[in-house]
Design a protein around this ligand. Structure first.
Ligand SMILES: Cc1cc2nc3c(=O)[nH]c(=O)nc-3n(C[C@H](O)[C@H](O)[C@H](O)COP(=O)(O)OP(=O)(O)OC[C@H]3O[C@@H](n4cnc5c(N)ncnc54)[C@H](O)[C@@H]3O)c2cc1C
Length: 447
């Protein structure tokens, strides 16, 4: 990229897509202002401090296949701090913990008949090798698994996962989503190793966020936090774009919106150049929220890093023993755990008091781990986020809004557009890069 312009670009949203786009554009000589609704940077990967260490509010790790993110880590000089840990996964089903990582674990998984275990293995093998996702695009994951894995495998393995991830929409989710999830996990295995490797940085993802922010300072990007953008208005006569926040208005030549799509729809609705079709696509994207409870304890709980909770009565999807993956030394010798649930915006987890949710989840943990001790608990934190995961139903690909909005000079880049990939920091980095390239190309063509 050459330093060929002083176009003033406004970027809305300081998650990884916005941070990377701001970095690339400023690096290429543009004048950049980054507007963020909250008082922190990093979006879904934002962190807080626990026992003196930076920790993501929503559990994060890196896959071996996350090439865009790994390249950025190298570019920021953080490569030496990225460590690959062997993951371990268990399924919690009917009061039992079953290891679920290797073909041998599957063969020993008693809740399924031998026939179903073999069938599950063959299906995983088939899905790992499948490259043309269009072959399965007409199926929901629920129907595909019913047809090819059978009702038992569907109900014991897949339905709890789909329900935990998509709640009441679990029967609508495209098989392409499930295929991609399975494939990424299998591809993250080292050759010859039975289990996947997951990456963690010594300083947490905070070190990447901080590295990016340092770059933004170096390139004189103006960062404005506590700036919830309400409107983005294009003046068709002058070409200028006005971005409205409750406290101020900003004028830009070009604007990139990296917020969730329905939020972008609200910002853009009043524009003369906007089309009903583009607004329809923005509003088509349906997001679930996430509620995540983090606690630390002096007590070690469980032998695995990741527990899928395959109990239909459970009120959360996953229990994560972070200090199985990274050393307790990082947290002053304490163990750190996450509990996570994905729920629709009208779910009670967005209304209930924090203590109510925490109490429910802790009492469930006491069933999972009968020796659980309250007197060993140290810190407790609950975080909730409304736009955590989008629903990808069958035919989703036909409803994806384009990167260029109908109001010329306004662009959209968020994780709802990356189908068949699912969200992830790797793709946020890629999308940040790509949208910057697209904008720079348009600027050059206009000169
Ligand atoms: C529970 C959970 C676990 C995850 N685990 C992993 C993992 O292990 N590995 C991985 O790679 N990825 C993981 N992800 C996904 C990853 O966090 C996201 O893909 C990535 O952070 C998306 O970045 P983004 O910039 O596109 O969006 P976001 O991070 O959502 O950023 C959007 C930004 O826009 C801001 N914004 C919204 N409205 C406005 C407004 N009106 N005005 C101004 N700003 C606004 C938001 O505050 C936010 O900062 C996880 C996500 C969740 C929820």
């Amino acid at each position: 990229m050459t330093k060929d312009t002083k176009t003033h670009i406004g970027i809305i949203g300081a998650g990884y897509t916005g941070l990377v786009a701001a970095y690339r554009l400023a690096q290429s000589g543009c004048q950049v202002t980054l507007l963020e609704k909250t008082n922190e940077l990093g979006g879904l990967a934002a962190d807080f401090k626990l026992h003196g260490a930076h920790l993501e509010k929503f559990y994060h790790f890196t896959y071996k296949t996350d090439n865009y993110l790994i390249d950025l880590i190298k570019e920021l000089g953080l490569e030496e701090t990225l460590h690959w840990h062997r993951s371990s996964i268990a399924i919690y089903y009917k009061g039992q913990h079953y290891p679920f990582m290797t073909p041998l674990d599957l063969l020993k998984f008693k809740p399924l008949s031998i026939f179903d275990r073999i069938r599950t293995g063959l299906i995983a093998f088939y899905l790992q090798r499948l490259t043309n996702w269009k072959k399965i695009a007409s199926y929901t994951a629920y129907d595909w698994m019913t047809k090819f894995a059978g009702k038992n495998v569907r109900d014991i393995i897949w339905t709890p996962l789909l329900k935990g991830k998509f709640d009441k929409y679990y029967k609508d989710i495209s098989m392409v989503w499930l295929w991609k999830r399975i494939k990424v996990r299998i591809d993250s295995k080292e050759k010859g190793e039975p289990t996947e490797r997951l990456g963690q940085l010594e300083g947490g993802f905070y070190s990447i966020t901080n590295g990016l922010v340092e770059k933004l300072h170096e390139y004189r990007v103006k960062i404005v936090t506590n700036a919830p953008v309400e409107k983005v208005i294009k003046n068709s006569a002058t070409g200028e774009i006005t971005v409205v926040t409750p406290k101020s208005e900003f004028q830009f030549d070009k604007v990139i919106i990296t917020t969730p799509s329905p939020v972008a729809a609200e910002m853009l609705a009043d524009n003369q150049e906007m089309t009903t079709e583009y607004l329809r696509k923005l509003n088509y994207v349906n997001y679930l929220g996430a509620a995540v409870f983090i606690f630390s304890s002096r007590q070690k709980l469980g032998d695995y890093y990741w527990y899928n909770i395959n109990d239909p009565q459970a009120s959360f999807l996953v229990f994560i023993n972070l200090t199985k993956l990274v050393s307790t030394e990082k947290f002053q010798g304490n163990y750190v755990y996450y509990i996570g649930a994905y729920v629709p915006h009208d779910h009670e987890y967005f209304r209930l008091a924090e203590t109510e949710i925490i109490n429910r989840w802790v009492s469930y943990l006491k069933k999972m781990f009968p020796d659980f001790r309250d007197d060993q608990l140290l810190e407790k934190h609950l975080f909730r986020m409304r736009y955590a995961q989008h629903n990808m139903d069958v035919g989703y690909e036909q409803h994806i809004p384009s990167y260029t909005a109908p109001a010329k000079g306004v662009y959209l880049a968020n994780f709802s557009q990356i189908f068949p990939d699912d969200r992830g920091l790797n793709y946020a980095v890629r999308e940040g890069d790509n949208i910057a390239k697209l904008v720079l190309g348009d600027i050059r063509n206009e000169i």
